[in-house]
Design a protein around this ligand. Structure first.
Ligand code: BGC
Length: 347
């Protein structure tokens, strides 16, 4: 089978390799790849800045945004041959910590978790992979190949769940949401905000390409340019860019009791001078909360599937701006100006 592999820590080491189909000791469920979504994390791993191979190996099979079909599964696992499924990215640490022991590996406390295609576990960028049934999520089959959006949606489903949990500390009726960044994560965060009946605003830099219309067709408001021009009373901010110029500045645009979720990962070394005193005053005197959110557990994959099934499938399909056959895999990893989500097609 063909696999996209990379040597983590070595820039531009990505290549197509041929390996044997994995044996049942790698997991009782055999899955045949249908699609693989590409994201910024994959590009960061290719650049040599992130990622780790499985112990004892130099290379890692890349890819964590999966969509596959059941090829073979134990009869009591609840899957039928041909079912569309998604593989969970993170596995609990071996200790396990209190959260991993409870299936909340997205909140791992000791950092020894592993992640398919990212950290110490081979990924889904290959024609076949095997998983234990507990790490396989069956789709609402009506989603079809849009199921490739489940993993990035699971990440924002977690972010929204935590915003709502934090919100329960007070009698809080949020109305207005700011999402920064109109990439796939930002657009999916905006979708979940609209589904909650909120007034959603999305800020990005571009003025053309598919993003402004995708935001408008969602029923949200698109803003291009500077944060300064935006209102100062957002109740919720989902920051999806990791841009140094936004992560703390967004606080200046929030109402008392606001909740700011930082969901974008910045590169280390992004420095900027900010008035810490002013931001601290604003946070403390207004009971504001800033928190980080990453990854997702099974509950969030299931919430993601429900959210995507309820969304306009035509709109979801427009998020997938490039479909590249496996033969052209290299091109899929080159970011192009009008890209929202690029997928590699295996079928
Ligand atoms: C993935 C997450 C993962 C994170 C950090 C993201 O791209 O979607 O599942 O936890 O990278 O490795």
């Amino acid at each position: 089978m063909r696999c996209i592999t990379v040597e983590p820590g070595t820039a531009n080491s990505v290549q197509l390799d041929t390996f044997k189909i994995p044996t049942p000791d790698r997991g009782a469920v055999l899955i045949r790849a249908v699609r693989l979504g590409i994201c910024g994390t994959d590009r960061e791993i290719i650049s040599g800045a992130y990622g780790a191979p499985p112990p004892g190996h130099k290379r890692l099979i890349l890819g964590h945004e999966s969509l596959g079909r059941i090829e073979d599964a134990p009869s009591d696992a609840g899957f039928a041959k041909g079912d569309l499924v998604v593989g969970i990215v993170r596995h609990p640490d071996p200790v396990p910590c209190a959260n991993c022991a409870a299936g909340e590996w997205d909140m791992c406390r000791n950092g020894q978790y592993t992640e398919h295609g990212i950290k110490s576990l081979d990924g889904y960028g290959c024609e076949y992979y095997r998983l234990d049934p507990q790490f396989v999520v069956r789709l609402d089959q009506s989603l079809g190949t849009l199921g490739v959006l489940v993993e990035p949606t699971s990440v924002v489903a977690k972010a929204w769940e935590h915003v709502e949990w934090i919100g329960r500390r007070a009698k809080w009726k949020p109305r207005c949401v700011l999402v920064t960044g109109a990439g796939p994560v930002g657009l999916l965060a905006a979708l979940l905000g609209v589904q909650r009946g909120l007034d959603v605003h999305v800020l990005d830099r571009v003025t053309d390409g598919p993003k402004p219309n995708l935001v408008r067709d969602l029923g949200a408001t698109y803003h291009a340019g500077s944060l300064d021009a935006l209102r100062d009373d957002f109740d919720i901010v989902i920051e999806c860019t990791g841009a140094a110029s936004l992560v703390f500045e967004v606080v200046e645009h929030t109402a008392p009791d606001a909740i700011v979720c930082l969901a974008g990962v910045s590169a280390p070394g992004a420095s900027r001078s900010i008035d810490v005193g002013e931001i601290n005053r604003k946070v403390v005197l207004g009971d504001r909360v800033l928190f980080g959110s990453v990854n997702a557990n099974r509950r969030h994959y299931e919430a993601a599937i429900r959210a995507l099934a309820a969304a306009d499938h035509g709109w979801l399909d427009r998020l997938i701006t490039r479909r590249v056959p496996l033969d052209g895999w290299r091109d899929a990893f080159a970011a192009k100006p009008d890209d929202v989500k690029t997928v590699i097609e295996f079928e």
